[in-house]
Design a protein around this ligand. Structure first.
Ligand SMILES: O=P(O)(O)OC[C@H]1O[C@H](OP(=O)(O)OP(=O)(O)O)[C@H](O)[C@@H]1O
Ligand SMILES: O=c1cc[nH]c(=O)[nH]1
Length: 184
């Protein structure tokens, strides 16, 4: 993969997370009954940042968890031996659940996340927050909160790096090589 452009740096990501947090609080009229669920791995880091920002703004400790969507994916043969690494230690029943992910592309990960949550309860509603929406949806899924809309070609890859996992905060677009495209 060849790097094409850095589309978000540390401050752009910080501002986007702050704006998304304000939008979540505005749309839900505060933090009551809210919970924030991040899709492993980088969605969890972003979800944690949103939860921290909610505390900073409202002094409210929203419930926060990590969702492992692997057993619910439609593009892999279900692996009965996979032990889901989800850490949702609270009931989602009747909650307002905000799902957080780094990149939204086909929408299949989000669909799997919706199923993973419905497997443990029936929330009042679910909403979706993503740092980057790169288009090319294959399912009728639309995010409620978007850090940045990034029109992309299908021959490109968007990678989000976060300090907690990758040592740096940035979003980069790469051009896939022909060999990489053939493997997809
Ligand atoms: O809308 P979609 O087409 O499902 O694509 C978006 C998903 O792809 C990435 O995960 P990936 O499967 O690459 O795994 P990773 O998060 O472990 O990198 C990203 O973190 C999203 O979860
Ligand atoms: O470009 C892409 C596609 C799927 N998932 C990503 O994280 N980036």
């Amino acid at each position: 993969m060849e790097q094409k452009a850095i589309i978000m740096d540390e401050s752009a990501i910080r501002r986007a997370v702050a704006r998304i947090t304000y939008e979540i609080l505005e749309r839900n009229r505060g933090a009551e009954n809210l919970c924030i669920v991040g899709i492993l791995s980088r969605g969890v880091v972003l979800a944690e940042r949103i939860a921290r920002k909610i505390y900073e703004l409202e002094r409210a400790e929203v419930e926060f968890g990590a969702l492992d969507i692997t057993p619910f994916r439609d593009d892999r043969i279900a692996n009965a031996t996979h032990s889901a690494k989800s850490t949702i230690h609270f009931p989602v029943q009747d909650k307002r659940v905000v799902i957080v992910d780094d990149v939204l592309y086909t929408g299949r990960s989000c669909r799997a996340a919706i199923d993973a949550i419905l497997a443990i309860g029936r929330p009042q509603c679910m909403q979706l927050a993503v740092l980057v929406d790169r288009g090319h949806r294959e399912l009728p899924i639309r995010p409620d909160y978007i850090g940045k809309n990034v029109p992309t070609a299908q021959s490109e890859t968007v990678r989000v790096s976060v300090r907690e996992i990758d040592g740096t905060d940035c979003v980069v677009i790469y051009q896939n090589t022909d060999a990489e495209m053939r493997k997809e």
